[in-house]
Design a protein around this ligand. Structure first.
Ligand SMILES: Nc1ncnc2c1ncn2[C@@H]1O[C@H](COP(=O)(O)OP(=O)(O)OP(=O)(O)O)[C@@H](O)[C@H]1O
Ligand SMILES: [Mg+2]
Length: 249
C-alpha cells in the first residue's frame, strides 16, 4: 500500500556541509505492516518518516500511497491518512486548545462538513469513552487546555485521536523517549492494539532494542542513509537483542 521508490535526500548539497541523509531508498510496505526502525544517530530514520509525513520532500524518487503519487503533497494534505506521534510531546497537538477541541480538530481532518458544528453531546461521550480505555483518568480532563497535561498524557491522547480517525498510516518517532515506564508501556500497547484492530500500517523508531525485538512484524536497520537490513517476522523471531546490538559496531 506504500511504495517508496529510489528516494534520496541531501541537505546542503554541493557544499562542505553536505549530508546525504537518505540514499536511493526503495521499499514496499503492505497494509498492516508494523515496521520497527533501528539505527545509529543520524542514520536517516527521522528523515525517512518526515518524508512519509510530508514535512520533508525527496530530491529524487517518489512515494506512492495506494497507487496515488503523494510525493509532492504537503503534510496537511496527507494528515487525513497519516498520523504521527513525536518524541517531543509538545509537537502534534494545540496546547492552548482544550482536549476536546483538539479531538474536534482531528475529526475535522476527515470530515470537513462538520466544520461549523459545535461539539455535540454525542461526540463528547464518544471521546470520553475512548479516552477512558487508556486507564489514565484523562476522560475527566477533556475541558482542560491540552498544554496543561504532561507530555506522556498528550502523546497517549494523540494515539487515541489516531484511533478515532480514518488514518491508514501511523508514524511513531521515539514516542516513548520522554515517558515514564508505565506510560510508555500503556502507549505502546495501545499503539499495537490500534495497528492490529484497524489494520494500520505503522513505523516505529526506537533506540530500545528490547522494544524493537518485542514490537512489529518487520525490522528495518538504517545505516548512513540506507536500509541495510529488512527482516520479516520469521527472521525477526530468530534474532536476539545481543545480535542486534552488534549491528551498531
Ligand atoms: N532539516 C534538516 N536540515 C539539515 N540537516 C538535517 C535535517 N534533518 C536531518 N538532517 C541531517 O540528516 C542526517 C540524518 O538525520 P535524521 O534526523 O534522519 O537521523 P536519525 O536517524 O533520526 O537520528 P537520531 O537517532 O539521532 O534521531 C543527520 O546528519 C542530520 O543532521
Ligand atoms: Mg531521529
Amino acid at each position: 500500500m506504500l511504495e517508496i521508490n529510489h528516494v534520496s535526500k541531501t541537505f546542503f548539497p554541493s557544499t562542505e556541509r553536505e549530508i546525504k541523509s537518505l540514499i536511493d531508498i526503495s521499499i514496499s510496505i503492505k497494509q498492516g505492516d508494523f515496521c520497527t526502525i533501528v539505527g545509529g544517530n543520524g542514520s536517516g530514520k527521522s528523515t525517512f518518516l518526515n518524508m512519509i509525513a510530508g514535512t520533508l520532500f525527496p530530491d529524487q524518487g517518489n512515494i506512492m500511497l495506494d497507487s496515488l503519487n503523494i510525493t509532492s503533497f504537503p503534510d496537511f494534505q496527507r494528515s487525513k491518512w497519516i498520523v504521527r506521534v513525536f518524541q517531543d510531546p509538545l509537537l502534534g497537538t494545540a496546547g492552548e486548545l482544550t482536549v476536546i477541541e483538539n479531538f474536534r480538530l482531528a475529526a475535522l481532518r476527515t470530515d470537513k462538513r462538520s466544520l461549523f458544528k459545535r461539539i455535540s453531546q454525542n461526540f463528547e461521550a464518544q471521546v470520553k469513552d475512548e479516552i477512558s480505555k487508556l486507564g489514565l483518568g484523562l476522560e475527566n480532563k477533556i475541558y482542560n487546555p491540552m498544554g496543561n497535561l504532561s507530555g506522556g498524557q498528550r502523546q497517549a491522547l494523540t494515539l487515541v485521536m489516531a484511533g478515532m480517525s480514518e488514518a491508514k498510516i501511523l508514524l511513531l518517532d521515539e514516542p516513548t523517549a520522554a515517558l515514564d515506564p508505565k506510560t510508555a508501556y500503556i502507549l505502546m500497547e495501545l499503539a499495537q492494539k490500534l495497528i492490529k484492530d484497524k489494520k494500520l500500517t505503522a513505523f516505529f523508531i526506537t533506540h530500545d532494542l528490547k522494544k524493537a525485538f518485542q514490537y512489529g512484524n518487520r525490522l528495518l536497520f538504517f545505516q548512513s542513509g540506507k536500509i541495510v537490513k529488512d527482516f520479516n517476522q520469521e527472521e525477526k523471531n530468530i534474532i536476539s537483542v545481543s545480535e542486534m546490538s552488534e549491528w551498531f559496531e
